[in-house]
Design a protein around this ligand. Structure first.
Ligand code: 7RM
Length: 681
């Protein structure tokens, strides 16, 4: 673990000097039981702090009470939790049976059928569609029946490759209703990336749309699916929904979705699912080239998504919740779909981009749809900040009550702008830390006792049931404050991923064996003198581009496919808007005589096609050789220092095999930067 320690030696500190801070909001009616009625079961817990203590000290009692009150069961559970961390076995609500779609739809339809469930904010502004709980249930049922009729069974994997639209939500919920396991693939991924994920999941079924629309442009999603399916012999059927009026060619595998749905009944018998049956797989990047399909199960995930949605954002009945993340990411799963719908809320489905048709899009949407909680990514905030305050001030944002941030650290400048300009200094900014693996928010300024401070650029406080700890390079728990270490979560919680699909060993090795008895997050964190948590970044070879995780190895694999490339190393580099970008070092094959310009554009094109556009590298530097240890391992930390312009801090180079190579790379880096500056000027 020494390698970890070496990389945690630059803790961020609490910003010093003048900065804004805000406060958490008061509870609706003051007392802790008005805030959380279940608190009556824990007479000792007089305030938030008391409830938090109960949640981590009497975990089963706490989650047992909430599991019973917040979810609707077909059969009650008999055991709240079971865990064997050594084997990586975690279960919640054993013996219980429920249906997630019933929890997200039917029970609300019984109470308020005409309440709006989804507000679909389409790519083109001003054309929103409102879908009631009754309508969404009908859509889900027809779709569930269609899938059943075509042979989709309980436990089958269904790959969903669609933009954020009601049919995508209905697809997820229809899977849940009939017991199929959905795996949503972000519709920005290339056909090769999609094919990998279909194959890993062994999906027989794909659901897509004829075309997508994003930022005013047509995206040929069906075409991408066609290319992917050619590589996937397991696929037996492709349902094609009509997002646009354009006719696309259909093959033998293709089934026009709306046409088939019209033939079906609006009632669809929900399957009684065990709490621990799989609900979905979601692929995320790790430190090897192969993405991993994290598995979430039914009851624990749903309860955790719903509870965090309610308490972190202070969501109240009647509020309009606006999470602008795509449904292809875990944020979309938990805070566009499952959390809000489980709570019977009204949730925005945002199909567009922050700058379409102009940089006022978010704020115009806030005004028009009267959004109460806005949940966005720092990369978007940083981008919009650069367009100036006028785009924000043009629009009425008085509906806003809470501003959330997710995906990567939010720097103080962006935080201040979000708080002061977007929220007019009225709305608390909630920096939420969590992961695909955690299922829902784990560290965030809320909930807390009313009026407690919120400091910029800090996720701060653990959620109910979350016991964070920091471990040093030797695996010892750091008990004091004002320390940095590897962030772990030291007891199980209902929302945690249960395994990696078809690779439990990798699940164990990645999360549970590095620090036995703890769940290792892969992130580093600093605990302030007051005990607040501040995230300091990944400890592994994962970079975070615009809030999207990408393994450096994944990019290397693609770059290495280029005929002229002998070897490559990808390093994350700071990027003003995206947070991080990819900086690629390559060694060319001897015979190659490509110019730097054509090489750069070819490699950028290759990565866009093979992974996704957002992954395209910022910099490509050709080197004669890469710095390696004598045993042949690329010394990434050396490359990292060089691109951070800290060539005088390369550290211990005793294992380096060729010092001359490093000098050349430092020189090459300087030249590349100069060239880029000239180009930009
Ligand atoms: C929700 C999500 C997870 C990784 C995580 C971190 C980074 C996310 C924050 C953050 C600092 C935050 N899931 N991360 N949120 N870092 N502050 N508030 O993003 O699986 O796609 O990524 O993202 O490194 O491990 S994710």
């Amino acid at each position: 673990m020494a390698w970890l320690l070496a990389r945690i030696c630059f803790p961020k500190k609490v910003p010093r000097g003048k900065f804004s801070s805000c406060q958490t909001r008061a509870w609706s009616r003051g007392t802790v039981t008005a805030y959380m009625p279940e608190a009556t079961a824990f007479p000792g817990s007089r305030d938030h702090q008391g409830l938090y203590q109960v949640s981590v000290e009497q975990t089963d009692a706490f989650w047992g009470v909430l599991g019973r009150s917040r979810l609707t069961w077909i059969n009650p559970f008999h055991t709240v939790s079971y865990s064997d961390l050594q084997q990586g076995h975690v279960s919640w609500f054993l013996g219980g049976q429920l249906n997630v779609a019933v929890n997200c739809l039917d029970r609300h339809v019984h109470k308020a059928p005409e309440k709006v469930a989804l507000v679909w904010e389409k790519d083109e502004p001003g054309q929103e569609d409102r879908i009631t709980y009754r309508e969404l249930l009908e859509m889900t049922c027809r779709l569930g029946n269609t899938m059943r009729r075509q042979g989709v069974k309980k436990g089958d994997r269904v790959t969903i490759y669609m933009p954020s639209c009601p049919m995508a939500v209905a697809s997820m919920l229809a899977c849940a209703r009939i017991g199929a396991i959905h795996t949503v693939v972000f519709a920005g991924f290339s056909s090769a990336a999609l094919a990998d994920r279909i194959q890993d999941a062994q999906s027989e079924t794909v659901i897509t749309v004829n075309q997508g629309l994003r930022g005013g442009k047509v995206v040929p999603l069906k075409e991408t699916v066609d290319q992917a399916v050619k590589l996937c012999p397991t696929v037996k059927r492709v349902f094609v929904s009509k997002r646009t009026d354009e006719k696309v060619p259909l093959s033998d595998l293709d089934i026009p979705l709306e046409e088939e749905m019209m033939k079906e009944d609006v009632a669809c018998e929900p399957v009684a699912m065990e709490s621990e049956d799989f609900l979905f797989l979601l692929y995320t990047s790790g430190s090897t080239g192969k993405p991993k399909g994290l598995v979430h199960s039914q009851a624990g995930y749903l309860l955790y998504a719903a509870l965090t949605h309610k308490y972190v954002f202070d969501y109240h009945d009647g509020d309009v919740f606006g999470c602008v993340a795509d449904i292809g990411w875990i944020t979309g799963h938990s805070y566009v779909v499952y959390g809000p719908l489980c709570n019977g809320g009204t949730t925005i489905l945002f199909e567009s981009t922050p700058v379409y048709p102009n940089p006022g899009r978010y704020w115009e949407t806030v005004e028009r749809l009267k959004i109460n909680q806005l949940y966005a990514a720092p990369t978007a905030i940083r981008l919009l900040l650069r367009y100036g305050d006028d785009w924000v001030k043009k629009y009425d944002r008085s509906s806003l009550k809470v501003l959330g941030s997710v995906g990567e650290p939010i720097n103080t400048e962006a935080w201040e702008w979000y708080f002061n300009v977007v929220g007019d200094g009225r709305c608390p900014v909630i920096d939420t830390w969590w992961q695909t693996e955690t299922g829902g928010i784990c560290i965030a300024p809320r909930p807390s006792n009313p009026g407690e401070e919120i400091l910029p650029s800090m996720a701060m406080r653990p959620f109910f049931g979350i016991r964070p700890s920091l471990l040093d390079g030797k695996g010892a728990v750091l008990t004091q404050n004002d320390v940095s270490g590897a962030l772990c979560i030291s007891q199980i919680w209902p929302g945690m991923a249960r395994t990696i699909y078809n690779d439990h060993q990798r699940f164990l090795e990645t999360y549970l064996t590095p620090y036995p008895g703890h769940f290792f997050t892969g992130d580093g964190a600093y605990r302030t003198s007051k005990g607040y948590y501040q995230l300091t970044g990944r400890l592994d070879d994962v970079i975070n581009i615009s809030g999207h995780r990408l393994g450096t190895a994944e990019i290397e694999e693609v770059v290495n496919k280029h005929g002229a490339v002998a070897e490559s190393a990808v390093i994350g580099c700071p990027h003003e808007i995206k947070g991080e970008g990819a900086y690629v070092f390559i060694v060319l094959k001897k015979c190659s005589n490509l110019s730097q310009e054509s090489l750069t554009s070819e490699l950028q094109g290759l990565v866009s096609n093979e992974i996704a556009k957002y992954a395209a590298p910022e910099y490509i530097q050709v080197a004669r050789r890469l710095p390696k240890t004598r045993s042949g391992k690329i010394m990434r930390r050396v490359l990292k220092k060089i691109i951070e312009n800290k060539a005088d801090e390369l550290g211990d180079l005793t294992t380096l095999d060729d010092h001359e190579a490093v000098k050349e790379i430092i020189e090459g880096h300087k030249q590349l930067l100069q060239k880029k500056q000239v180009q930009q000027a």
